[in-house]
Design a binder for this molecule. Structure first.
Ligand SMILES: *[C@@H]1O[C@H](CO)[C@@H](O)[C@H](O)[C@H]1NC(C)=O
Ligand SMILES: *[C@@H]1O[C@H](CO)[C@@H](O)[C@H](O)[C@H]1NC(C)=O
Length: 336
């Protein structure tokens, strides 16, 4: 019985081995370079593996074995690495803007928090804003095309484009092809470049300004930035793809929450209380800008007739808060 089984098994194995040899033998091996004309079907496994052009003699092209494409290239449908020639759309630009604004907002918050709203901190606010602006401009200029505020980019199609290291294929379960690359060029690296330039610029500029013009009020906020910029960088490294797809919602939710927290903390319950302090209307206005940013990113302004009026709803949370605040007083709850 055992011997019979073994015979059947070995016959089965031979049949499977033979048919797979026939099947895979006719295919182009991903581990071999490719010479001659480019086949019109995909010849590399996985989403991000491609062949690089090795030699460009008069008529004969040779392509490497399958692997990661060079930076700013992506494989086409025949698995040949082709330079990306896209441009970022509004949503991509607003994503980059979001990453810049997160750092700017944190700077402004910490400067305000540690200086107790003293007017001498104004230099620090202006300095932080200029640092963010200058580092974004420098980032745009050093990215391809160099010296121009335009960007050449690969189009982002799906979440896995951000996490190509999770997509290395294992053809025939033998060895892994390493095809990790920046498929979302340059959105992923641009943020790293921005944060590094920004950190250096801040360390060069802010301490001097803080000592000279603001009685060293900026000391704690500079220390805070030395913590939160590396934290933001790590968050970007890990969650970039998730942030890319959720930042409009994040903007709306965070701005609504901080809006409510600010109103509650300052006990703004009537319009007169709102304008009693100079900083309250400013903070309210910043929140309105954040709401608008979230709405524009969410709708991508694709249908201005339909979505334009949504922008008119921006003051609604503030009005709603002021109208309902007096009914929501905890003392009233106890009274009933
Ligand atoms: C190109 O390929 C053809 C056919 O394979 C070969 O005869 C020829 O020598 C090649 N030319 C070069 C420059 O390698
Ligand atoms: C991919 O690029 C190669 C090299 O430019 C080209 O010959 C081939 O036709 C392209 N394949 C597709 C499907 O576009």
């Amino acid at each position: 019985m055992w011997r019979f089984n073994r015979k059947v098994l070995s016959i089965l194995l031979i049949v499977i081995g033979f048919s797979s040899a026939v099947c895979f033998g006719s295919e182009i091996s991903p581990f071999e370079p490719l010479a001659g004309p480019v086949p019109n079907q995909k010849t590399c496994p996985g989403l991000y593996c491609g062949r690089k052009l090795l030699l460009d003699s008069q008529d004969n092209f040779t392509y490497s074995s399958c692997g990661a494409c060079d930076r700013s290239e992506r494989p086409n449908n025949s698995s040949i690495c082709i330079p990306c020639n896209g441009t970022p759309d509004l949503y991509d630009w607003m994503y980059l803007g979001f990453m810049v604004l997160v750092s700017l907002t944190l700077h402004i918050f910490f400067i305000d928090y540690f200086s107790d709203g003293k007017s001498k901190a104004m230099t620090l606010h202006i300095s932080a804003t200029l640092e963010c602006a200058v580092s974004s401009i420098v980032t745009l200029l050093i990215l391809d095309p160099v010296g121009s505020p335009k960007l050449r980019s690969c189009d982002v199609a799906k979440l896995s484009d951000w996490y190509t290291m999770l997509e290395n294929p294992q053809p025939q379960y033998t060895s892994t092809l390493h095809c990790t690359q920046e498929a979302v060029y340059p959105l992923y690296t641009a943020v790293f470049i921005y944060y590094s330039i920004h950190l250096v610029l801040m360390m060069l500029v802010r301490p001097g300004l803080s000592i000279k013009f603001s009685d060293n009020l900026g000391r704690s906020s500079i220390y805070a930035a030395l913590y939160f910029i590396p934290i933001l960088t790590v968050m970007h490294a890990v969650f970039a793809g998730l942030i890319y797809y959720s930042y409009p919602y994040l903007t709306l939710i965070i701005s609504l929450v901080t809006h409510a927290v600010h109103f509650a903390k300052e006990e703004i319950e009537t319009p007169r209380l709102l304008i009693s302090k100079k900083r309250n209307p400013v903070i309210l206005f910043i929140h309105w800008l954040m709401h608008a940013y979230g709405i524009i990113a969410l709708t991508r302004l694709q249908n201005p007739v339909l979505y334009g009026p949504m922008l008119a709803c921006i003051p609604f949370p503030a009005i709603f808060y002021i109208v309902t605040a007096r009914f929501a007083d905890p003392s009233q709850l106890l009274a009933t």
